[in-house]
Design a protein around this ligand. Structure first.
Ligand code: G6P
Length: 608
């Protein structure tokens, strides 16, 4: 994944580059580095681990220079140590890279055969070595970069700085995002507009196959054949003041869990016409005569999509084809014309989701993007943008984005039902009434269950494996519960459809594997209780998350029972998401893990 940033400036850049990297840490945080040119000499500081290590290094050994590039890494090739940290140097060339150079092994072998010595295990170093070999062969920096671009394959956003030319940064995009920032006397480059927000709000996004020569006064953007291209300079909405404040909370994740009532209010305000008690008309996609909807996404966003399958099928009688994007993009899904496709992504940059979008676009489908970042690549390549309006989400484990995605998807499913005549105006009004209750119910739930979740987390942290079960829309919530727990506490957890228990996971049941059952008192309740009986009969420990009606309807002994208010089935997923988020959060806190930046993960995944 990785975040990259560059400045061609008129005053020192090192500190500003590191500040910009802080805004990109969501893209990776296993090592970082910065390089500048000063007095005709390239120099760099790099450090393993979080950015504060790089800051400490720079405090001890500052880096002068008015032009520089910097990088925060999520390792793909080579362990996260200092030698593999970017920028990579070769013969007066410095390179930072986000992505994967797929033919790096072949190029590396060729370069080694002609005498090159590699200093890292990364794929990126071939870019620096190739450019410097081109320079040695007599090419100008510009020609050397262009020849390199013709040679490498794979996914990349690159920033390149030459010792011989401190007034220029070269940039290239094939896959991962890259924005050029326009200042008055300086120019900037970054993985996103948020990184550049303290410097400028004027940005232009490179598109795949663009490269650029950036100087203090402007940017020349070309395609890989060298033909000039125009990319619109636009006002970014990213704010320099946003973020980096946990308020009274210990972690961003905790803050974001508690922000959900407010976030959902914003989302509802956008999608609901409260005066008419209906979902506002949906622009961009007409569901009336659609044959089906294809949905694709990754991680938590995929689980929001899976939940929405139940809604689209139930409320709009619309068949849904859904898969994780890494499978969808290669499955050769036979897409039916007269279908639409929805892509769900908090960041709007996830590589597999974007590739699935392009697959559907090729097939001629109408494309809708359910995104948090409205300026993202997925949003820009869609016919209709459905913003989730969750506000910035910093914790790597998604919480408020998930419930906001669910809120948008529920609204779309209801709107689709209205358009298709599969729900009556009265039913729509009732459903909208239930959606509108969410902020109030969420606040009540968060206040009520917090102490209990903390106590339960203490018990849960003693186990190595946990199973989550649910039926209907509680099945994706069970999967989300397991995902949250494993992401941040590192406890092994699996989410299963309760009915699948006896087809495998039941073999694992004993007193060492708690089973968390998500069971609101809905039409599936009795069936889920039967599955709980099967667990109890085998000595399994049950943690039941239910509602008041459910608690009254079962007297099975449990390790703990969490009781939520009774709510309509339509909003159960959003409400039942809260206890599973809090349980994962408190378990992780209790175990002392890095809650906001769990090991090996990143918030935005721009490689396959
Ligand atoms: C990563 C994040 C998850 C997220 C997933 C999809 O795995 O850690 O929290 O759900 O990517 O990201 P997206 O930005 O597309 O929603």
């Amino acid at each position: 994944m990785c975040g990259i940033v560059g400045i061609v400036g008129v005053r020192p850049v090192a500190e500003r580059l590191v500040d910009a990297l802080k805004r990109l840490e969501y893209r990776g945080y296993d090592s970082a580095g910065v390089a500048t040119v000063h007095d005709g000499r390239l120099d760099r500081r790099r450090a393993e681990g979080k950015l504060f290590n790089l800051e400490a290094r720079l405090a001890g050994e500052p880096l002068a220079g008015n032009s520089g590039i910097a990088h925060t890494r999520w390792a793909t090739h080579g362990v996260p140590n200092e030698a593999n940290a970017h920028p990579h140097f070769s013969g007066g060339v410095a390179v930072v890279h986000n992505g994967i150079i797929e033919n790096f092994a072949e190029i590396r072998n060729e370069l080694i055969a002609s005498g090159a010595v590699f200093a890292s295990q990364t794929d990126t170093e071939v870019v620096a070595q190739l450019i410097s070999a081109n320079l040695k062969a007599g090419m100008s920096p510009r020609a050397a970069v262009r020849a390199m671009l013709k040679r490498v394959t794979g996914a990349y956003a690159l920033a390149i700085l030459f010792e011989s030319d401190p007034d220029t940064i070269f940039a290239a995009r094939s896959g991962p995002p890259l924005a050029i920032g326009y200042g008055d006397t300086e120019m900037y480059l970054g993985s996103d507009a948020i990184a550049l927000a303290p410097f400028t709000s004027q940005v232009a996004y490179l598109v795949d196959g663009d490269w650029a020569v950036i100087t203090r006064t402007g940017a020349e953007i070309m395609d890989f054949d060298g033909n000039p291209v125009q990319r619109i300079r636009q006002q970014s909405t990213a704010s320099a003041y946003v973020v980096i404040d946990k308020g009274n909370h210990r972690h961003f994740m905790e803050k974001e869990i508690y922000e959900q009532p407010e976030a959902i209010s914003h989302t509802l305000g956008h999608y609901i016409d409260f005066a008419e008690s209906r979902i506002r008309p949906v622009a961009g996609i007409d569901f009336t005569n659609l044959a089906s909807v294809a949905i694709s996404a990754c991680g938590t966003a995929y689980l929001a999509g899976l939940t929405s399958k139940y809604w689209f099928e139930r409320y709009a009688r619309l068949p849904v084809e859904i898969d994780v994007a890494s499978e969808f993009r290669y499955r050769e899904v036979p897409l039916v014309a007269n279908s639409a496709a929805l892509f769900i992504s908090q960041s709007g940059e996830t590589a597999d989701t974007l590739a699935s979008l392009r697959y559907c676009r090729e097939a001629g489908l109408k494309i809708g993007a359910v995104v948090n970042v409205r300026e993202s690549t997925i949003a820009r390549e869609s016919d209709a943008i459905f913003p989730i309006l969750a506000g910035p989400e910093i914790g790597v484990a998604s919480t408020k984005a998930f419930t906001s995605q669910l809120t948008v998807l529920a609204s779309l499913a209801i709107a689709a039902g209205r358009q298709r005549g599969t729900i009556t105006p009265e039913r729509e009004k009732a459903l909208v009434g239930h959606l509108a209750e969410m902020p109030r119910v969420m606040s009540a739930v968060l206040n009520r269950i917090q102490p209990k979740m903390e106590m339960l987390a203490r018990d849960l942290s003693k186990f190595k494996d946990v199973l989550y079960l649910g039926r209907g829309t509680s099945f994706p919530i069970a999967m989300e519960g397991a995902l949250k727990l494993k992401e941040i506490s590192y406890i092994h957890a699996e989410g299963y459809a309760a009915g699948e228990l006896k087809h495998g996971p039941i073999a694992l049941i004993d007193e060492n594997m708690p089973v968390i059952v998500i069971a609101p008192h809905d039409r599936f309740f009795e069936k889920t209780v039967s599955n709980m009986q099967e667990v109890a009969a085998r000595g399994g420990r049950i943690i039941l998350i239910t509602d008041e009606a459910g608690a009254a309807a079962t007297d099975l002994p449990t390790m703990a029972t969490i009781v939520l208010p009774d709510v309509d089935e339509a909003i159960q997923p959003m409400i039942f998401a809260l206890p599973i988020q809090l349980l994962a959060y408190h378990t992780a806190v209790f175990m002392g893990t890095d809650v906001d930046q769990p090991r090996n993960l990143a918030k935005s995944v721009t490689v396959e």
